[in-house]
Write a protein that binds this ligand. Structure first.
Ligand code: GTP
Ligand code: MG
Length: 734
């Protein structure tokens, strides 16, 4: 093992059994607040990597693209040993990306850990993405602690005195606590507030390698005025000797973040809905290494030499080399070939990884990110890891040489497996190979990987946004859809679901699919969100953010045909009538049906087109609407270039929501359509002479301005090889 010290390599496999002394943590923050620099320096200070390696070229940003672009793209896992009050602790740390395009990685990492160190830059303060990552942590019942970073910059650039600095810290702490109060699970709201006096807040410079907390000040006598003085007199780096970063941060982690033994007691009932009193349930709650294996995959990476490596959290039992395991929910069994612990770019090979740790495994060829792996094939799967942001940008990809087409299709499937935030759509009818992701950067990086890691030469279309279809109002009369043989008729209405219902579906409170384990609670939830109780009782299927309700009573044969009705509903929701984009937030209601008595005459070839036409026709008469993705853009600029920045946003159909000023620094918050943001980075840089910091966050979908709908629909349809104008209701009445 190149950079891992031999004695640590020997000690770590022993330490992973001492569950009280394990901490699984994530470092999370807004983009560029200094997560990787801090993680790297922590590693070096803890003696895990040599000091020469840390800092210069970020060890944990080891991917070539990460180094070229100076940002984190992938989660990086490392295992660290830390001594605290005479005991050795094993800390499994995940450095997560801050760029919004890679937000899915943060969500997935939060399943693997029990605690999070939230970084906030002392200069920028709490930002949009700070709120997002806190929400991601709290939703998984991951406990946060706070590290205020870049204090060296705050002292030097903002010329803060010791008092002013403490005031600034107090503001940041209050803002973070306000977010925790709003988003923490009820039982933890008070317990999880961060507080400098009890040591759940630390301050420092990940870059200059020092940190301080109130308990540490009391122990060592180092005080704020001394820190300000040392930074101002260019002795910042000397602080590293008196205010040791790894001591402060890891002491805080060990003391205030839970061990897996403690965390799994309250996390398991939250992330696993199987019977807690069962053998596997008991083993998970008590983090029992002797119980059945319960392992959840949170990340898959492709190693050029080793192949596919699946990383995840072992909640009970052990993943051991050579054993055969089940990919729960599929019939597949895989044999575990190698087990290791990640050490940044390297791996430490071990025989097994036991409950309460994060393991890297080779051999799970049938697993995906989100798969549950167990020795028990009947085990209930872990709750799905929901990342609320959906892919909003698409590129069409073609191989440069037609002979490479099969290889390209295989590669696209592989990259989608590796990155759960990507969607791949291979359309044999139109010959389109579409890659959809969270943003321009996400797709650029993926294309780079296809070319350089998988060696397929490709050309890509310019990025286009992914639209959604919905309706403006309500179908005036139920629309009749006929089967090709005219013997079956369906009567359907559509309207919009309340936004609260859409949100509940996105957040996983209402599950996808057609079988509802606890139908009573689903109905109650719908009623609470504004759906009429009689209607709610008819819930039949959920597809994306759309719901099918059955409002019929006692129609002969309908029950046995219902599966086909659901298939047609899914198909229609996947390809709307306007531009063949997915539908969003639709309520589809079956009012009536007339069916042929002989099942031969109401097979899939008859029922599916009949239902689909009825849905499409109902959408036409309700008024079809195209929706586009919208971003919230936050731009920080000095006064002198403010006008240039504002102009750039307005030029792009931007709607300014807020403008604030602190000193010379202006913050503009605007809503801008994602489509208009292509090329924004370079235009904004030139409009502001480069004096700009900005970030975006996806807000979801909003209706496209009316005057743009017809040309955009024509554009999308033409691209898909369809005629430019969509069909109207009379076509579906057929
Ligand atoms: N002055 C100062 N600069 C810092 C500090 N920490 C990080 N930086 C700088 O901030 C920039 C971003 O640092 P990274 O560690 O890459 O930040 P990150 O949060 O990992 O970034 P992403 O992963 O892309 O979100 C780099 O230029 C660092 O050198 C600090 O404590 N003080
Ligand atoms: Mg980083």
């Amino acid at each position: 093992m190149g950079h891992i010290r031999a004695e640590l390599a020997r000690a770590i496999p022993q330490m992973m059994h001492v569950r009280e002394n394990i901490r699984n943590i994530g470092i999370v923050a807004h983009i560029h607040h200094g997560k990787t620099t801090l993680s790297d320096n922590l590693l070096a200070a803890a003696g895990m990597i040599s000091e020469e390696l840390a800092g210069k070229q970020l060890y944990l940003n080891f991917d070539e693209q990460e180094q070229a672009r100076l940002l984190t793209i992938n989660n990086a896992d490392v295992t660290i040993v830390h001594a605290y009050e005479g005991k050795s602790y094993l800390i499994n740390l995940i450095d997560t990306p801050g760029h919004v395009d890679f937000g899915g990685d943060v969500t997935r990492a939060m399943r693997a850990v029990d605690g999070a160190v939230v970084l906030v830059c002392a200069v920028e303060g709490v930002m949009a993405q700070t709120e997002t990552v806190l929400r991601q942590a709290l939703r998984e019942k991951v406990k946060p602690i706070l590290f205020i970073n870049k204090v060296d910059r705050a002292i030097r650039e903002l010329k803060l005195t010791s008092d002013a600095m403490q005031k600034r810290f107090a503001t940041i702490i209050t803002e973070v606590n306000e977010l925790i109060r709003r988003m923490a699970p009820d039982e933890f709201i008070d317990k999880w507030m961060v507080n400098p006096t009890n040591g759940t807040v630390a301050f420092g410079s990940g870059h200059d390698n020092w940190a301080i907390s109130i308990p540490y000040m009391q122990r060592t006598g180092v005080k704020f005025p001394q820190i300000v003085d040392m930074v101002n007199t260019g002795r910042g780096k000397e602080l590293a000797n008196v205010a040791k970063i790894n001591d402060v941060v890891f002491d805080m982690v060990v003391k205030h973040l839970p061990s897996p033994l403690e965390a799994q007691r309250y996390r398991i009932p939250h992330i696993w809905k199987g019977p807690l009193e069962s053998r596997v349930g008991q083993a998970e709650v008590s983090c029992d290494p002797e119980g059945p294996l319960a392992f959840m995959i949170t990340d898959i990476t492709m190693d050029p030499n080793a192949g596919e490596i699946a990383t995840g959290r072992v909640f009970s039992g052990r993943v051991a080399k050579g054993t055969e395991v089940n990919i729960v929910g599929t019939k597949a069994k895989n044999r575990i070939q190698h087990v290791s612990l990640f050490m940044g770019p390297e791996r430490l090979m071990v025989e097994e990884v036991t409950a309460g740790n994060i393991a890297a495994v080779i051999g799970l060829t049938d697993a995906f990110v989100g798969s549950t792996i167990s020795t028990d094939p009947e085990m209930v799967e872990f709750e799905e890891i929901r990342h609320v942001s959906e892919p909003v940008v698409t590129v069409a990809i073609e191989p440069k040489h037609m002979g490479d087409l099969p290889k390209l299709i295989e590669t696209m499937r592989k990259v989608a497996k590796e990155d759960a935030s990507l969607r791949v759509e291979i359309n044999n009818e139109t010959g389109e190979h579409l890659l959809s992701g969270m943003g321009e950067l996400h797709l650029e990086i993926t294309q780079y990987r296809i070319i350089n890691d998988y060696h397929v030469e490709i050309t890509a279309s310019p990025p286009i946004v992914v639209y959604r279809e919905t309706v403006a109002g309500k179908t005036p009369h139920a629309f009749e859809g006929k089967s090709p043989n005219k013997h079956n008729r369906f009567y359907i209405e559509t309207e919009r679901l309340p936004e609260a219902v859409v949100k509940a579906i996105q957040e996983g409170e209402i599950h996808q699919g057609k079988s509802f384990k606890d139908i009573k609670s689903v109905v109650q939830k719908l009623v609470d969100l504004g759906i009429d109780r009689d209607e709610a009782k008819g819930i039949t299927a959920v597809q994306d953010t759309n719901i099918l309700f059955d409002a019929t009573k006692g129609i002969q044969y309908l029950h046995e045909t219902m599966d086909l009705v659901i298939d047609a509903f899914k198909e229609a929701m996947d390809r709307g009538p306007l531009a063949a984009e997915k539908c969003r937030g639709l309520l589809v209601r079956v009012i009536d049906a007339k069916l042929h008595e002989d099942s031969i005459h109401r097979g899939p070839g008859q029922t599916i087109p009949a239902v689909r036409s009825a849905i499409y026709g109902a959408m036409c008469t309700a008024g079809r609407v195209l929706m586009e993705p919208i971003s919230k853009v936050t731009v920080n600029v000095p006064q002198e270039v403010l006008a240039g920045a504002t102009r750039e946003m307005q030029r792009r159909r931007g709607e300014i929501m807020d403008m604030t000023q602190v000193g010379d620094l202006n913050t503009i918050v605007a809503k801008v359509p994602v489509k208009e943001l292509f090329g924004f980075a370079s235009d904004l840089r030139s409009a502001t002479a480069g004096k700009v910091l900005w970030s975006t966050e996806t807000l979801g979908y909003e209706q496209l301005p009316k005057e743009l709908q017809t040309p955009v629909v024509a554009e999308v349809r033409t691209r898909r090889g369809l005629k430019p104008e969509p069909y109207d209701a009379s076509y579906y009445a057929g």
